[in-house]
Design a protein around this ligand. Structure first.
Ligand code: FMN
Length: 371
């Protein structure tokens, strides 16, 4: 298969596998968290305002449709549907890795469709491994990155960190030395803020600090709890007869920092924080904000109704808004900023993680550096 055919087929495979197979982490850490109920909220339900700000862009709900797709024939319809809903509900949205658009310019429209809609915050997407030469292959340069941003009228550029996925991919790019300085150079040159984003294995505070030092403005922690690309790539590796990679995918399926832990870690830096990884409903979104995230991000939970129909996607987002507003009301939070200061209790594996990292689990909530 040529390189461009390979990239196109991979992006289509990902959507199919995520819709059809069980590729979720075994444990969803968001279920370990409980916001503390406020029996005297002292705010009218009607007055609750779930709007949020990300990198100076106003969103009607504290939510990003996380980077997913584009780059294969069915991608245009999904991105069109997601972008239309993001515009109508006032959400941010990222497109999937735009490498496929560089490899095969015929795929450009599958991403550019997002610019047909008035999405309040749009993020372009490239992979950190492609910032350096891989097996002698030329990296994505500054000019390419600027072109990819302009093509979709992006407000920011996401650089995804996905080395777990790359090592399980039979065709994976596993050279990593030099990525941080390449990222710092990119940040200096592109016309907009850069968001460093994991894709399901999360990160600790040290990584978030290095992203800050490289000049990133925000981080999407992309934590462990939801879609795991080790499981996705295991299925592809098995189908390709790549037994060693398939085995690695199975062994590392639940590798990573759980998303709530990663959010707390990132909230201890100056970066704005997006909490993606395993969020399934509005209560999970409220939990993420209480831990210090600016906004939450959802990938597979919105992909499922989006693949079904426009109506299913709207119904999902309406229910999500009602859940977020109800959680805010029942904690007495009129704004998302107030929600960020509400107490939250951690149980199970998440509590163990937090205790091991030295958190005061009796005082979770209000953990932002500036809180
Ligand atoms: C079909 C699909 C494709 C994805 N492709 C990308 C991608 O190209 N770039 C990226 O940064 N993340 C990508 N992701 C990762 C998501 O943005 C997100 O970090 C991850 O799926 C965890 O979120 P979830 O548990 O809500 O699915 C993809 C996720 C899905 C479901």
């Amino acid at each position: 298969m040529s390189e461009e055919d390979e990239t196109v087929s991979r992006k289509g495979d990902h959507v199919d596998i995520i819709l059809e197979d069980d590729v979720q982490a075994k444990h969803n850490a968001w279920n370990d968290l409980t916001l503390v109920h406020e029996a005297l909220p002292e705010v009218d339900r009607e007055a609750v305002d779930p709007s949020a700000e990300l990198l100076n862009h106003e969103l009607e709900l504290p939510l990003m449709v996380a980077s997913m797709t584009g780059g294969y024939p069915g991608g245009e319809e999904i991105n069109d549907r997601l972008a239309k809903a993001a515009a109508e509900h006032g959400l941010g949205m990222g497109v999937g890795s735009q490498r496929a658009m560089l490899d095969d310019p015929d795929q450009a429209r599958t991403y550019e469709v997002i610019a047909d809609h008035d999405v309040p915050f749009v993020a372009a997407n490239i992979g950190a491994p492609q910032l350096i030469p891989q097996d002698g292959e030329a990296p994505i340069d500054i000019e390419d990155a600027v072109h990819l941003m302009e093509a979709i009228d992006a407000d920011a550029l996401i650089v995804h960190l996905n080395y777990l996925q790359e090592v399980v991919q039979p065709e994976g790019d596993d050279e990593a030395a030099g990525v941080v300085s390449a990222l710092a150079e990119l940040v200096r040159e592109v016309p907009g803020p850069v968001i460093g984003k994991e894709t399901g294995a999360g990160m600790h505070r040290g990584t978030a600090r290095r992203l800050t030092e490289a000049g990133c403005s925000a981080v999407d922690v992309g934590g462990l709890s939801g879609t795991t690309f080790a499981a996705v790539e295991r299925i592809r590796a098995e189908a390709a007869g790549a037994d060693d990679e398939a085995w690695l995918g199975e062994r590392f399926r639940d590798w990573g920092v759980p998303t709530p832990v990663a959010v707390l870690e990132a909230a201890r830096t100056e970066l704005e924080v997006v909490a993606t990884g395993g969020l399934r409903d509005g209560v999970h979104v409220a939990n993420a904000l209480a831990l210090g995230a600016e906004v939450a991000g959802m990938a597979s939970a919105v992909l499922e109704p989006a693949a079904e129909s426009e109506e299913a996607l709207h119904a999902f987002l309406d229910r999500l808004a009602a859940e977020i507003e109800t959680a805010m009301f029942l904690t007495g939070a009129e704004t998302v900023d107030e929600l960020r200061h509400k107490p939250i209790v951690a149980d199970g594996e998440t509590r163990t993680w937090l205790e091991s990292l030295g958190y005061d689990v009796a005082a979770l909530g209000g953990q932002r550096l500036d809180a």
